[in-house]
Write a protein that binds this ligand. Structure first.
Ligand code: XIL
Length: 331
């Protein structure tokens, strides 16, 4: 008999899901599944800069407000995602009317205004923010390239925007937990860059409280890399959250796609899911949240026509999968 996820992990960490505003209705299957299993929410898209301030100076709060409201009605935490990113951010943040990059002064001012407005509005409602998302360079075994240099933020002012974003967010809500969030963050080539960044910020007294490991993994992802990463960040004295967990059934991008959940997929996830959660439980002293990047296998951002990833513990009908019961056996 499945025990709701939030009950299962109640002594360890909150369990969250990424949602869209149409899920925010207790009469829908998604709304019901959220209420049953989750005690934390994050907006999959509607709190990103292009959703909140598409046009400079004009904020659109309605969708984000619905998520906050639903969370309040159902006693759930809300994570804020995300304040500073190179993607899903309107061009006006970066370019003037002639298509030239803004000066650092102009871009910084706009960043400050955005962060101040958003964090102030949800002060007391959003307990943790992804302040900066994906600022490090993704693939560089020799560690020569530190930052993601194709980010317009970086092009305008180098890494200075990272430090400032945390300062602005902290000023607007001194009680909010502030996170740096990134993907591929458990792999040696990137985890060390993230470590150096967080250490530098802490050494400079920049208000940062945690690291978000996105958790876009698959059934073959190395448990050892995960452990090493958790150990490393525990040593830094910061919180760790798994912010965007989805465990694709494929071992590589070359594996042929399927739109049905085969017995092979089922077997892979029955093994991989409890392995991952075993590690997360072992580090529950520093892990302060685990959030899935969706609700159930009916919809994932990873899915493409002919290739579904079935990455969650709830199936397409939002019912517990066999992997769910394996995870439950850990407790
Ligand atoms: C994704 C959403 O899931 C999609 O709906 C959207 O089209 C693109 O963004 N890393 C992040 C998330 O930090 O914001 C991304 O979300 C997935 C990768």
């Amino acid at each position: 008999q499945p025990i709701p996820l939030k009950e299962l992990f109640k002594d360890h960490f909150p369990i969250g899901a990424a949602v869209t505003p149409n899920h925010m209705d207790s009469r829908t299957p998604h709304g019901r599944a959220l209420i049953q299993h989750f005690n934390s929410l994050v907006a999959e898209n509607v709190m990103k800069p292009d959703a909140l301030q598409r046009v400079k100076g004009t904020y659109t709060w309605a969708n984000a407000d619905r998520i906050i409201q639903f969370a309040k009605e159902n006693n759930m935490l809300v994570r804020g995602h995300t304040l500073t990113w190179h993607s899903q951010t309107p061009d006006w943040f970066f370019y003037d009317e002639n298509g030239e990059l803004h000066t650092p002064e102009v871009a910084m001012k706009q960043l400050e205004e955005h962060i101040t407005a958003v964090v102030s509005r949800y002060k007391g409602d959003v307990y943790a923010w992804d302040v900066v998302n994906e600022a490090m360079f993704d693939w560089d075994p020799n560690g020569q390239i530190i930052y993601r240099e194709d980010s317009p933020w970086y092009k305008i002012m180098g890494p200075a925007y990272i430090d400032s974003a945390f300062v602005y967010a902290h000023r607007a809500d001194p009680d909010a937990k502030l996170f740096y969030n990134d993907y591929n963050s458990i792999f040696s080539w990137k985890r060390n860059k993230i470590f150096d960044l967080v250490k530098r910020l802490k050494d400079n007294n920049i208000p940062i409280h945690g690291v978000g490991l996105q958790g876009h993994w698959n059934v073959g992802t190395s448990i050892q890399d995960l452990r090493t990463t958790l150990e490393l960040f525990r040593g830094l004295g910061v919180e760790i959250q798994i912010t965007e967990l989805d465990l694709s059934v494929y071992l590589s991008p070359n594996e042929p796609g399927s739109t049905t959940y085969t017995e092979q997929f089922n077997m892979r996830q029955r093994i991989a899911y409890p392995e991952i959660f075993r590690v997360l439980l072992d580090y529950s002293d520093v892990i302060t949240g685990v959030t899935f990047w969706g609700i159930g296998d009916d919809a994932s951002w990873l899915d493409t026509p002919g290739r579904k990833h079935f990455p969650f513990l709830l199936d397409e009908q939002l019912q517990p999968k066999p992997a769910y019961l394996e995870v439950q056996r850990l407790i």
